[in-house]
Design a protein around this ligand. Structure first.
Ligand code: LLP
Length: 425
């Protein structure tokens, strides 16, 4: 990916299809809104990356924060993928899909003792450690459980890729990772952590990065670091270069898996270090869409709005990051018909509740369906019940079949953790 021809969706005649399933048919069966995933597109992207890096030992840990649907995870795991997790909850899901624990890496700046304990008991491959205190804590827990746990130290390589400031993570201003000098000292003082094996280093420089340059720069810094540690008598077995590969939302021309590999692999020449990748968006972003139905058209003296039944609680990216998602009508009008400029908004009581702004779209009326494109990453996983809106279903397509992988929430589900506290009312 992400060459356009890799995508298993598009119009057949006037109708929008996901793999070989008409989107309209899914809408008729499950109602709207819903997320729709093409299982084979996820797998295509995974295999592209795996193939591009097949010349050196590489573990691809899908960053499940991007999409943690159990069916999607299981299909990736069945193809050999590992998982990058960031919480006890993600560990729970990872175990549910039966991933080999030796293919799990655990990141996050604030792992708690119960999370660390559960992960060690589950025999995960390693923790990506973000602070000295965390290193000490994992050392203590590992000692108590009588194991020697592998860890990687997350370095802050201080590179600044060109992406949204909310999703850059490798510069000195961010909360992530340790400075190179501090990390070096830790490797030299590894005797302070008898229950740990300081086996690797980790970086993640940001997300939606379209060019190889910042990756190359950061990886080179890591390799220099590995060299200095080995001069000092240490040995680093793993280099985890995180995720961050960008995809096409609009007119981006992101690096392909091959271009990325071509930039990175030569740096690894004659080195025994094992590579770990943590792609999230690259595998999932263009593998899913959000389908919504038009409730009303509204024209004021200054603007046109299309009010649809999906909202910021279903997809927060436009509100949160001003993210662009392409909007396509599920049934195409004839080419060259009139188009109007409009905002596509949800029913929630906030001005930030929009899916797209100022888009030229053909005339769409009540009951028509739209597809919000590139929603497979950070879509459903960031959804909420704001405005007491039940979260929508996740539907998976494979070939000419589709299945509800997560049903629509009912209001009973939404209220299931709540009670009226009689003592105070
Ligand atoms: N590894 C680590 C340590 C990460 O923090 C992340 C993402 C990834 C891997 C996966 O990154 P990816 O390959 O997906 O770029 N919610 C935002 C994105 C936040 C990314 C957070 N970390 C969005 O909707 O754009």
């Amino acid at each position: 990916m992400p060459e356009k021809n890799m995508h298993r969706y598009g119009y057949k005649g006037k109708e929008f299809y996901f793999e070989n399933v008409p989107v309209k048919k899914v809408a008729a069966e499950v109602g709207t809104p819903f997320y729709l995933y093409s299982v084979n597109t996820f797998l295509d992207h995974y295999h592209k990356l795996a193939k591009a890096f097949s010349s050196i030992p590489t573990l691809i840990c899908f960053s499940m924060k991007a999409n943690s649907n159990l069916t999607i995870l299981k299909s990736l795991v069945n193809q050999g993928a590992g998982l990058d997790i960031v919480s006890g909850g993600e560990l729970y899901r990872a175990k549910k899909v039966g991933v080999d624990p030796q293919k799990i890496v655990f990141a996050s700046v604030g792992k708690t003792v119960p999370e660390i304990e559960e992960a060690i008991r589950s025999k995960i491959l390693m923790f990506n450690v973000e602070s000295i205190q965390e290193l000490e804590t994992i050392n203590e827990v590992a000692g108590r459980l009588k194991v020697r746990q592998k860890v990687a130290i997350r370095l802050n390589p201080d590179v600044k890729p060109d992406t949204h400031h909310y999703i850059t993570t490798g510069s000195k201003q961010n909360k992530f990772g340790l400075e190179i000098t501090t990390a070096y000292r830790l490797f030299m003082q590894s005797y302070r952590f008898p229950h740990l094996q300081l086996a690797g280093i980790h970086i993640h420089i940001g997300s939606q990065i379209t060019e190889p340059k910042p990756f190359k720069e950061a990886v080179q810094k890591c390799l220099d670091f590995i060299d200095s540690v080995s001069y000092g008598g240490g040995r680093i077995e793993y280099l985890n270069i995180g995720g961050g590969l960008g995809i096409i939302y609009s007119k981006e021309k992101p690096q392909t898996a091959e271009q990325f590999a071509r930039a990175i692999l030569p740096l690894f020449k004659k080195r025994a270090v094992k590579l770990i990748l943590e792609p999230g968006r690259f595998i999932s972003g263009n593998s899913g869409i959000l389908v919504a139905k038009v409730i009303y058209e509204k024209k004021t003296k200054t603007k046109s709005f299309l009010i649809v039944d999906a909202a910021m609680n279903d997809l927060i990216r436009p509100a949160f990051y001003s993210a662009y998602h392409e909007i396509l009508p599920v049934m195409k009008e004839k080419e060259g018909g009139p188009k109007t400029r409009m905002d596509i908004v949800g029913p929630i009581c906030e001005s930030g509740d929009f899916l797209a702004k100022d888009r030229k779209l053909p005339s769409l009326k009540t009951g028509d369906l739209i597809a919000v494109m590139s929603c497979g990453a950070y879509g459903f996983v960031m959804s909420s019940n704001y405005n007491s809106r039940p979260r929508c279903p996740e539907v998976v397509v494979s070939g000419n079949r589709f299945f509800v992988a997560r049903r629509r929430e009912t209001m009973e589900d939404v209220l299931s953790c709540e009670r009226i506290v009689k003592e105070v009312v």
